[in-house]
Design a protein around this ligand. Structure first.
Ligand SMILES: Cc1ncc(COP(=O)(O)O)c(C=O)c1O
Length: 428
């Protein structure tokens, strides 16, 4: 065992990991573009963008320079009662790329905190207005993070079992697969008629952790319209779907209707530094304005609006303005579509779905769950073949950095096909 793995074994507690049974982790010591380099010299393509965060590839020179430049002038400063140029620049630029009324930007550190802030904004909005609305609606299968509020609005299951009795009550409607769309809208309408709902929270178009499950923009539109009709605030959690993943900058860009609150994180810094934003309309913001301090949003984190993260996020926005960004997204989306057509009839798959740069293949298994055995077999197979793919149960998916070349994509597709062939042998 290397010194790194030895130190890790002695002192590190890994996320989402059964430390008793899990094999030793991959020791990654360097990364460039799409490639992760291990301590033993082996290389791996980063097929899921390092937990879906990396957009421009690793070691991007432009982001690096922004980070260095910022460090030389200001590393970090308290953000209560203080502002700094990169936070103001980032907030201004974010407001300019959001649908029209979404103008007020609240900073936090990651996706879960961006969701916590959104929930607090929505609940306190009604509290400040002295309207007794506190119920929240979410979709079956949703995942919004691992903090308590975020867990509450997420699908209950084995992940949250130990805490379930402490999570606040949330109403869930079915996942809006094509055949269920109308029924989902009816379920929502019945609930909204109670006039008790503060907000509905949605992962627009793609439910990430549920296995990259996809639904139509039409449903997103309909539920948004319905919520507005019943005076229910709409929260779009764009943490996974943002930054080009679905083919457009944000999934919400597929519809005209706009949310009251939008959560963004992950690709916000190109995958380099942790940062979360919760963007609200002026309507929401204005409900917190009052002479009384207790009407303010009394929330914050030590690293709120960290200036290094803000500087890198601004540099990320520069890269997004470059034509190359959407050219690559279109190129990867087109390649995925080709592969989708090639693989969709495969008898070992129960479903294949694609939305922009995300393609997901659901393997037919008897008992489908996150801990399904096939997940480990697939993970090991891909590692042996130089691909870091972390399946979600029986769902293998690709959402690579946008600098991934066509040859690298072809290699991923090829190995997936090989895995499907080998899978038959494992199960016969
Ligand atoms: C849709 C969505 N919301 C929230 C989160 C939580 O983000 P984080 O892991 O940064 O806390 C995730 C993470 O995968 C996510 O996919």
């Amino acid at each position: 065992m290397s010194q790194l793995l030895d130190l890790d074994k002695k002192h590190v507690w890994h996320p989402f990991t059964q430390m008793f049974t899990e094999k030793e982790p991959l020791a990654i010591v360097a990364a460039k573009d799409t490639t992760l380099i291990a301590e033993d010299g082996k290389t791996y393509l980063d097929c899921n963008s390092s937990w879906w965060v990396n957009t421009h590839g690793h070691g991007n020179e432009y982001l690096k320079q922004a980070l260095i430049d910022q460090f030389e002038v200001l590393d970090h400063v308290i953000f209560a009662g203080v502002t700094h140029p990169k936070a103001a620049e980032l907030a201004t630029r974010i407001a300019s790329i959001m649908p029209s009324d979404l103008e007020k930007v609240f900073f936090s550190d990651n996706g879960s905190t961006a969701v916590e802030v959104a929930l607090k904004m929505a609940l306190q909005y009604w509290h400040n207005k002295k309207e007794p609305k506190s119920r929240i609606l979410a979709l079956e299968g949703s995942y919004h993070g691992d903090t308590f509020g975020a867990m509450s609005v997420s699908q209950r299951g084995v992940f949250f079992e130990a805490f379930e009795h402490l999570l606040f009550h949330v109403d869930f409607i079915d996942f809006p697969s094509l055949e269920k769309e109308d029924n989902c809208l009816k379920q929502a309408e019945i609930l909204f008629q109670s006039n008790e709902f503060a907000a509905v929270i949605l992962e627009p178009l793609v439910q990430g952790s549920a296995g990259m499950r996809m639904y139509r923009p039409e449903f997103l539109k309909q539920i948004t319209v319905l919520a507005k009709k019943h005076n229910v605030l709409v929260i779009f959690d764009e943490i996974m779907t943002g930054w080009g993943r679905t083919g457009k900058l944000f999934a919400m860009n597929y519809i005209q209707e706009q949310a009251d609150i939008v959560c963004i994180s992950k690709g916000l810094t190109g995958g380099v530094l942790p940062l979360g934003l919760t963007v609200a309309t002026t309507k929401i913001f204005d409900a917190f304005l009052a002479p009384e301090k207790i009407k303010a949003l009394l929330h914050g984190h030590s690293y709120t609006a960290n200036s290094l993260a803000c500087a890198v996020a601004c540099a990320n926005l520069d890269l997004i303005e470059n034509e190359q960004f959407f050219d690559d997204i279109d190129r990867i989306s087109a390649k995925h579509t080709q592969f989708f057509h090639e693989i969709k009839g495969n008898e070992k798959l129960s479903d294949v779905r694609q939305c922009g740069t995300i393609i997901a293949l659901e393997i037919k298994v008897e008992n489908q769950n996150y801990f399904s055995n096939i997940r480990d077999i697939a993970y090991d197979f891909f590692l042996e073949n130089g691909l870091l793919i972390r399946p979600l149960g029986n769902v293998i998916f690709l959402n690579p950095p946008y600098c991934t070349t066509n040859e690298e994509l072809d290699y991923m597709y090829q190995k997936i096909k090989e895995f499907l062939n080998e899978f038959i042998i494992h199960n016969s």
